[in-house]
Design a protein around this ligand. Structure first.
Ligand code: PMP
Length: 389
């Protein structure tokens, strides 16, 4: 059988076996509607509320502060649309060009269709936001800022933004701070009693849960106008019969992640990532690690192999059983270099030839060995086959 290495865990992660069992059980046994008054329905309700407790324990918030959604795209839309609708007189949004499309596109929509003033903060070559620029922008637009929307951890580079410092500035200016934490939750500890978010989104399938389930944390007191009107579900903030298998799977994934984060699992994962990264950099001339100087999530590396294109590399790796990515999964297939890397000021030939390798707690040493044995010769072969300039 062909050897393989799954190194695309930021796109989606393998569902944990315990999650698969829990989802199957909800589909085969506890499949009643949790809003039904009969006992069968109430058992499903109990499962949903247990999952809520599991998730709230992972992120340390109150159960009434959590809204179950269909994933981070919906959570991001609900947070942005819901908060802006509640603040109709404030017309400025402060964000970055490093956001996932599920934040970037709603912000662009608010600029184009609703005439919002959307300000994109400058970022360093390593992909960290400029805190001085944020302070100046908050000063300059005092009273008009509806929202600061800055993600916690970048899906392409793994860069960890200084969310505490961002939050301090927001608090000083009385401005709400929404963060897309999709790549953080389940991978780094999250204590919402300490973190400065007014709202925060996440998705189960990024930490070994099922697809189509996620959440939006909304801090008590944060104004939010519901965007999906229907039944009184989720305390009247998101109508629609609950996705009970997805929610229960999310709950189990949260409990497993909570346990994982209390072990040395993340540092073992970091050692694997570091070994992979170092071996590639040593073996491939002129390979560069993007954002190497910034604090980064333990599971991610993003490496540029100019003058190749990422598509050529990914296709060749795919043939050899290695799953990797360039940019966000949602935009792969496009021939454009990653807008995130370009926004950081990374040179176009490097951005064009950059790939992301992302690990998970299930990644094995054998997969890393195989990637180390495969990627450098693949790059060398592609470079050798390029026409001389
Ligand atoms: N935000 C970030 C940072 C992501 O990485 C992703 C998934 N690529 C999303 C949002 C969208 O999540 P979902 O697939 O749950 O809609």
């Amino acid at each position: 059988m062909q050897q393989t290495a799954y190194l695309d865990s930021n796109a989606t992660s393998r569902p944990a076996p315990e999650v698969v069992d829990a989802v199957a059980q909800m589909l085969t046994e506890d499949w009643a509607n949790p809003s039904s008054v009969h006992r069968f329905g109430q058992r499903a309700r109990q499962r949903v509320e247990l999952a809520r407790e599991q998730v709230c324990k992972l992120i340390n918030c109150r159960t009434r502060e959590l809204i179950f959604t269909s994933g981070a795209t919906e959570s991001n839309n609900l947070a942005l649309r819901g908060i802006l609708a509640a603040r109709p007189n404030q017309r400025t949004i402060i964000t970055t060009r490093l956001e996932h499309s599920a934040v970037r596109e709603p912000c662009a929509h608010f600029a184009e269709v609703h005439d919002y003033n959307v300000i994109y903060l400058p970022v360093s070559l390593d992909g960290l936001i400029d805190l001085d620029a944020l302070a100046e922008t908050l000063d300059k637009h005092e009273g008009d800022v509806a929202l600061v929307a800055i993600h916690w951890i970048n899906n392409e580079t793994g860069v960890i933004q200084p969310v505490d410092a961002i939050g301090d500035l927001c608090r000083r200016h009385g401005v709400l701070f929404f963060s897309d934490a999709t790549q953080a939750i389940g991978k780094v500890p999250c204590d919402l009693s300490e973190l400065p978010f007014s709202a925060m989104s996440f998705s189960a399938h990024k930490f070994h849960g099922p697809k189509g389930a996620g959440g939006l944390y909304v801090r008590r007191g944060t104004p939010l106008i519901p965007q999906t009107l229907g039944g009184p579900h989720e305390r009247e903030r998101r109508g629609g019969t609950e996705n009970t298998p997805g929610i229960v799977g999310l709950g189990f994934a949260a409990e497993l992640a909570d346990r994982f984060l209390q072990t040395d699992g993340p540092s073992i994962g970091a050692a694997r990532r570091d070994r992979l990264e170092a071996a590639i950099i040593e073996a491939v001339p002129d390979a560069v690690v993007n954002s190497a100087g910034a604090p980064r999530l333990w599971n991610t590396t993003n490496i540029g192999f100019a003058p190749l294109t990422s598509e050529a590399i990914l296709l060749m790796l795919s043939e050899k059983g290695i799953s990797a990515a360039a940019g966000a999964a949602c935009s792969s297939g496009s021939l454009e270099p990653s807008p995130v890397l370009l926004a950081q000021g990374i040179a176009e030939p490097v951005a064009h030839g950059s790939i992301r390798l992302s690990l998970s707690r299930y990644t094995t040493d054998e997969e890393i060995d195989y990637a180390i044995a495969t990627i450098p010769p693949a790059v060398a072969r592609l470079r050798a086959s390029m026409p001389a300039v």
